[in-house]
Design a protein around this ligand. Structure first.
Ligand code: THU
Length: 138
């Protein structure tokens, strides 16, 4: 699966976003090393803080199915589901990605229905607190 195809899956996933409060609809598609792809959307809540982002939905779906090695992530979204301009993944999602992905992990951020920018995890989250710091054997 190439980047464009992964973006198409992220766009489709956005349709399932549950956003009665913000109207900001996000879709994500995460490609695993195995070739499997997990999609996710944001899911909001009347109590607000339980809201989960599209990126984390995709990561947690994958991990819960036994996948922990990832190739790339595509993400798209915008107010009323309209992809217009770049919006970067939130800090919590960056931290969740840092648990599983190396610094060079590519994150494809759609800027319109058919354009995207590509950044690495390290560009989005430099000097991250990651599992290396939890290694008690050193
Ligand atoms: N949101 C995401 O799904 N991913 C992000 O990286 C940023 C924000 C969602 C959460 C909430 O439902 C809405 O966008 C507005 O913050």
């Amino acid at each position: 699966m190439n980047k464009t195809e992964l973006c198409e899956l992220a766009v489709k996933a956005k349709d399932n976003a549950y956003t009665p409060y913000s109207g900001f609809k996000v879709g994500a598609a995460l490609m695993c090393r195995s070739g499997r792809v997990f999609t996710g959307c944001n899911i909001e809540n009347a109590s607000y803080t339980p809201t989960v982002c599209a990126e984390r939905t995709a990561v947690f779906k994958a991990v819960s199915e036994g996948e922990t090695e990832f190739e790339m992530l595509a993400v798209c979204g915008g107010r009323d589901g309209i992809i217009s301009g770049m919006f970067p993944p939130c800090g919590v999602c960056r931290q969740v990605l840092a648990e599983f992905c190396p610094p060079e992990f590519p994150i494809i951020i759609m800027t319109s229905e058919n354009t995207f920018k590509e950044l690495t995890l390290e560009e989005l989250l430099p000097f991250s607190f990651n599992p290396e710091y939890m290694n008690t054997e050193d």
